[in-house]
Design a protein around this ligand. Structure first.
Ligand code: PLP
Length: 431
């Protein structure tokens, strides 16, 4: 008998975060998806081995390509995201860099917003140009005409973060996606800060969603992990992507037209980049990640409630000269936040404090409950001085475009009791 809840996409988000993609009948009826701690799988016979390597049959052969624990996780995130397929990676950066390489080769271009996670900025600005892939950055992320002006026949993706870093700016995704799609260009969204509970980019025009699953998805600061999800209806064979035409031609004899008509991006991502570059997620990480995802909606509700209360407290505090949080009525992103984030615009905010660098140092050296660390999305509250850590080494221009100044602090608000967080920040600001 099969466990029908695992296939039922009509179930609510919280139910699916516990059940989607896991059929105990396929795993000795273990109640929790087991960790397949093995490097390799028995092929069974010459014929089956050949079919697996031709990708003519689904199954597992070597853990760098796939393993059953990760398969459950990939199905679960696809369900929560409203996508059709996913690939798990060893880290968020492994997923993002593999996504770009799957889309672009030497001579190609990406169009991106400037306000990205520092690692992604470095990838686009410093590493990819060495391989001939150049990124053109828009100045104003919500002017669709700027994207139009930068898109040309070399453009292979428009890349945005749903909640920018650390300014927590919101891109009007529907407007941007409309322009990208006019030219047959896919939209890639890093949805790390939002999670699929607060925002599902596929419902607003995205084609690929990337996660640093290290953050809210894992939720407890225990696991480095990345996920890439494909929506499933983008036409990869329009002529803009010769690599997908070649992949199709090379594989159609074994995999068949029907299989290759679906999720071409994901299939090539797994076969070419996961397999050849080798940044696979360990099954133990997949297991920990699924434990985190089981409570995602519950945690996110407390995260956003605390973030709103803390943002309002900070906005009223005389030692704080600016608070960037789209849930505040005077944020320039308030209207977009109401449109795209009805449950709350995440739990990360940034502030600028009085007293310049010294003022910022005083706060990070005096907090008692907030941890000073570069992570975000932990159940525990975290604080960081961006210019000397996450955005260290970037040009001043790139830092300021991302909203990073010497007095900027980024806060990741956890699920502790709200009063304790406010009291800790008050004593640090007033010390
Ligand atoms: N994207 C965002 C928005 C991030 O904040 C991070 C890491 O902080 C990454 C991607 C990279 O993820 P990872 O550290 O899992 O490689």
């Amino acid at each position: 008998m099969s466990y029908s809840a695992c296939y039922d996409e009509t179930l609510g988000f919280t139910t699916r975060q516990l059940h989607a993609g896991y059929d105990p009948a396929e795993h000795n009826r273990a109640k929790t998806a087991p960790v397949y701690q093995t490097a390799v799988f028995e092929l069974g016979s010459y014929e089956r081995g050949l079919r697996l390597f031709e990708y003519a049959e689904e199954g597992h052969s070597y853990v760098r390509f796939s393993n059953p624990t990760n398969t459950v996780l990939e199905k679960r995130i696809s369900s929560l995201e409203g996508g059709s397929a996913a690939v798990s990676f060893a880290s968020g950066m492994a997923g993002i860099s593999s996504t770009i390489l799957n889309l672009a080769k030497a001579g190609d271009e990406i169009v991106s917003i400037k306000t990205l996670y520092g690692g992604s900025t470095t990838l686009f600005e410093k590493l990819l140009p060495d391989y001939g892939i150049h990124t053109r950055f828009v100045e104003h992320e919500n002017d669709p005409e700027e994207y139009r002006a930068l898109i040309n026949e070399k453009t292979k993706a428009v890349y945005v973060e749903s909640l920018g870093n650390p300014g927590i700016n919101i891109v009007d995704l529907e407007a941007v996606a409309a322009v990208a799609h006019e030219y047959g260009v896919p939209v890639v969204v890093d949805n790390t800060f939002a999670t699929p509970y607060l925002f599902r980019p596929f419902e607003h025009g995205a084609d690929i969603v990337c996660y640093s699953a290290t953050k809210f998805l894992a939720g407890h600061g225990t696991t480095i992990a990345g996920l890439v999800v494909e929506k499933g209806d983008f036409n990869w064979r329009s002529g803009r992507f010769p690599q997908f035409d070649k992949y199709y031609a090379d594989n159609v004899e074994f995999m068949g037209e029907e299989v290759l008509s679906r999720e071409l991006f994901t299939k090539r991502l797994r076969q070419t980049y996961l397999t050849d570059l080798g940044a696979h997620m360990s099954p133990t990480s997949a297991f920990l990640l699924m434990q985190g995802i089981e409570t995602l909606s519950l945690r996110m509700r407390q995260h956003v409630k605390n973030a709103q209360d803390v943002a309002e407290f900070l906005e009223a505090h005389p030692a704080v000269k600016q608070v960037n949080y789209p849930g505040l009525k005077n944020s320039p992103y308030y209207d977009l936040s109401q449109k795209y984030f009805p449950e709350g615009p995440g739990a990360i905010l940034s502030i600028r404090v009085n007293g310049g660098l010294e003022g910022a140092k005083k706060v990070v050296n005096n907090v008692k409950l907030f941890d000073y660390m570069v992570n975000v999305g932990d159940a525990k509250s975290l604080i960081v001085h961006s210019a000397s850590t996450t955005h260290y080494g970037q040009s001043k221009e790139m830092q300021e475009a991302a909203g990073v100044y010497e007095d900027t602090l980024r806060l990741s608000i956890g699920i502790e009791d709200t009063e304790d967080l406010i009291n800790d920040l008050r004593q640090a600001l007033e010390s």
